[in-house]
Design a protein around this ligand. Structure first.
Ligand code: NAP
Length: 276
């Protein structure tokens, strides 16, 4: 009944990154993907670059797509949902990557019998290294969940959680790249202070982060044990750790995640109140 497996509404930063990875990894054949973006320049550029079909409108895309990925900013999602609502059937699945837009909110526009998926991903998706969390409503069937996990596996790692965890996910991995960039920049500044060339210091700091994360993920060893592996008695590392602990780095990072989670919750309840 539907000629396209996936329709992508909004091909901005995240939508186009996803599109590029889906095609380069051959996750979905390009002939089975359709997109729409309100920005004509993006439509022209990306249809040429990725050789995929662009629809004439969101409604046109919704008519032919089995899975509809809504990748617009939260401020315009209502407009998009209103446009596609008359066309959507229970055979289709709507996937939203909009931060903080709940299933309840989507169901103000979309029939509650339709399968819905919410995604919280992060900017490392641009290089295929995202941390993505997927939550679904009760209408989603196993094969539909597997299909959507496959889409986001193309841009990194995927874990499944209940919707109630998504604010905390926003506070940890959604906003997380910004915390990490500050840490990388500060480590590089430390290197520069001690006489290293700026560009080298930045590379060393970033690779140290990347390598440490890879070591943890690939060995599954607890971070405390990995830290102890670097910490020679009476050595340089324990001396630095004493400084970090004195500056309460752990409490500060915990508070950062807590604050971002609470902010995400408050933005969502403000949105609900505004829409009542
Ligand atoms: N960027 C991140 O770090 C990040 C991380 C996690 C989740 N997200 C979520 O991902 C979503 C997309 O973010 P983004 O950074 O990719 O945004 P973006 O770069 O602004 O991309 C959105 C695209 O949708 C287009 N658009 C706007 N209104 C439309 C409509 N009515 N129909 C079709 N297309 C429309 C925009 O065109 P114009 O530019 O002309 O408006 C733009 O090309 C957001 O909901 C955000 O919460 C983003």
């Amino acid at each position: 009944m539907y000629g396209k497996e996936l329709g992508i509404i909004g091909t901005g930063k995240i939508g186009s990154a996803l599109l590029g990875r889906l095609i380069s990894t051959n996750t979905i054949d390009r002939s089975k993907i359709i997109a729409y973006d309100k920005d004509e320049n993006k439509r022209n550029k990306l249809s040429q670059e990725y050789k995929i079909e662009y629809a004439e409108s969101n409604e046109g895309l919704a008519r032919v797509s089995k899975y509809i990925l809504v990748a617009v900013i939260p401020q315009v999602i209502d407009t998009v949902l209103k446009e596609i609502e008359p066309i959507i059937t229970n055979e289709q699945v709507i996937i939203s990557i909009a931060a903080g837009v709940s299933f309840n909110h989507i169901n103000k526009f979309i029939n509650p019998a339709v399968g819905l998926i919410r995604i919280m991903t992060n900017t490392p998706a641009l290089v295929g290294a995202a941390a993505t969390v997927i939550a679904h409503n009760e209408n989603i069937k196993d094969h539909q969940l597997e299909f959507v996990k496959g889409i986001f596996n193309a841009v990194g790692m995927v874990v499944e959680l209940e919707e109630r965890h998504l604010d905390a996910v926003t506070g940890l991995s959604g906003s997380g790249p910004a915390y990490i960039f500050i840490i990388i920049e500060a480590l590089a500044d430390g290197g520069v202070k001690m006489g290293l060339p700026r560009a080298t210091a930045l590379k060393l700091a970033a690779q140290t982060l990347l390598g440490s994360a890879k070591l943890l993920l690939e060995t599954n060893i607890h971070p405390a044990a990995l830290k102890d592996m670097v910490t020679t008695p009476g050595g340089t590392t324990i001396t630095a750790i004493h400084e970090l602990e004195s500056a309460k780095i752990r409490a500060t990072l915990i508070r950062a995640v807590e604050a971002a989670t609470l902010k995400s919750k408050s933005l969502n309840s403000a949105k609900i109140n505004n829409n009542q």
